[in-house]
Design a protein around this ligand. Structure first.
Ligand SMILES: *[C@@H]1O[C@H](CO)[C@@H](O)[C@H](O)[C@H]1NC(C)=O
Ligand SMILES: *[C@@H]1O[C@H](CO)[C@@H](O)[C@H](O)[C@H]1NC(C)=O
Ligand SMILES: *[C@@H]1O[C@H](CO)[C@@H](O)[C@H](O)[C@H]1NC(C)=O
Ligand SMILES: *[C@@H]1O[C@H](CO)[C@@H](O)[C@H](O)[C@H]1NC(C)=O
Ligand SMILES: *[C@@H]1O[C@H](CO)[C@@H](O)[C@H](O)[C@H]1NC(C)=O
Ligand SMILES: *[C@@H]1O[C@H](CO)[C@@H](O)[C@H](O)[C@H]1NC(C)=O
Ligand SMILES: *[C@@H]1O[C@H](CO)[C@@H](O)[C@H](O)[C@H]1NC(C)=O
Length: 252
């Protein structure tokens, strides 16, 4: 009788650890002579942010799951996170307080989702991310937008004072407003899924003149209009990479 109950308990414990192992792989790494816990939750079929992980994790990898939205306070118990990847999900909604508590986050990857730049990025949404240095939100425009002026949510990005690296898509007729002047530490700018049709003298004028690197990749150049001085910013950059389509320079 006693033995029987013991076996049930043991079986239950084994089952628990099995389920847990399937969920996320928690590993401990030495990082700057401290123990850093890393949660690998990639490609596990999650449709929401798991809430049962150790609170002290510094890396949370949720790449390749089925997340459609991130609700308020989803990361409030993971406030030590440095790295967060939400890449390759189906995200189209991020609630305004979703990133609450992530003041230490340095790397955020939301590439390959369905986040509409014009509707998702309210002025408040990125406010908690005061320490963010790298933001990857490319490959989110799924269908080529029309050629109407596309206002980027510059006020949302303006709060990212420490941002050094930004990867983002480009609409056919982009308008990068005054808020982009707030990204004073921006060193590297990658444009991907770029559908540029209109390139004007002022198109890039509000990006930091401290930029070291500008990359344009996977462009579908089909220009209707290129102003003469539009590429002046590009030409003073020490490292400027234009993959696949050198034709842009020939047009000037
Ligand atoms: C968990 O991480 C360890 C160490 O990196 C690795 O050896 C193991 O294969 C991983 N397990 C799974 C299920 O990914
Ligand atoms: C999330 O937070 C925002 C801002 O505080 C609030 O307007 C919204 O209603 C919240 N969402 C939910 C589902 O509670
Ligand atoms: C965070 O942890 C607290 C205390 O354990 C809990 O009450 C709260 O619901 C947790 N937050 C989320 C989003 O699960
Ligand atoms: C955080 O993510 C960046 C970019 O993906 C990577 O280079 C870096 O090694 C990661 N850091 C840790 C501690 O995993
Ligand atoms: C930025 O991160 C450091 C530790 O990495 C922390 O001490 C500091 O408070 C964070 N800044 C903000 C504004 O939270
Ligand atoms: C973001 O995630 C994607 C997909 O996993 C990866 O290809 C890309 O290199 C990551 N971005 C950065 C800056 O590490
Ligand atoms: C860039 O900022 C200036 C203000 O310094 C503003 O007048 C201009 O319209 C902005 N450019 C764009 C493309 O929004």
């Amino acid at each position: 009788m006693y033995n029987y109950r013991y076996q049930i308990v043991q079986g239950f414990v084994m089952l628990l650890s099995l389920v847990y192992a399937q969920e996320c792989n928690i590993t401990v790494h030495e990082h700057l002579s401290e123990q850093a816990k890393i949660a690998d939750c990639s490609r596990r079929g999650f449709n929401e942010v798991p809430q049962t992980l150790p609170h002290e994790i510094v890396v949370l990898d949720l790449t390749g799951n089925k997340l459609r939205d991130i609700s308020n306070f989803s990361f409030e118990n993971y406030s030590l996170l440095h790295n967060l990847s939400l890449a390759e999900n189906k995200l189209h909604i991020i609630e305004e307080q979703a990133f609450y508590g992530l003041s230490r986050l340095k790397y955020l990857n939301m590439s390959d989702n369905n986040l509409n730049l014009r509707y998702v990025y309210t002025p408040e949404i990125l406010l908690p991310l005061q320490n963010l240095t790298n933001l990857d939100i490319r490959r989110n425009i799924q269908n080529q937008p029309n050629a109407d002026v596309y206002h980027y949510p510059d006020q949302a990005f303006a709060v990212l004072k420490k941002l050094r690296y930004l990867a983002i898509d480009v609409a056919p007729n982009p308008y990068f407003g005054i808020g982009f002047q707030g990204l004073k530490n921006l060193k590297s700018l990658t444009f991907e899924f770029c559908f540029l049709k209109y390139l004007r003298g002022y198109t890039f004028e509000n990006f930091s003149s401290n930029l070291d690197e500008l990359k344009l990749t996977r462009c579908h150049f089909n220009f209707l209009e290129v102003e003469n001085n539009a590429l002046s910013l590009f030409l003073i950059l020490p490292r400027y990479i234009l993959k696949n389509h050198a034709c842009i320079l020939n047009r000037l």
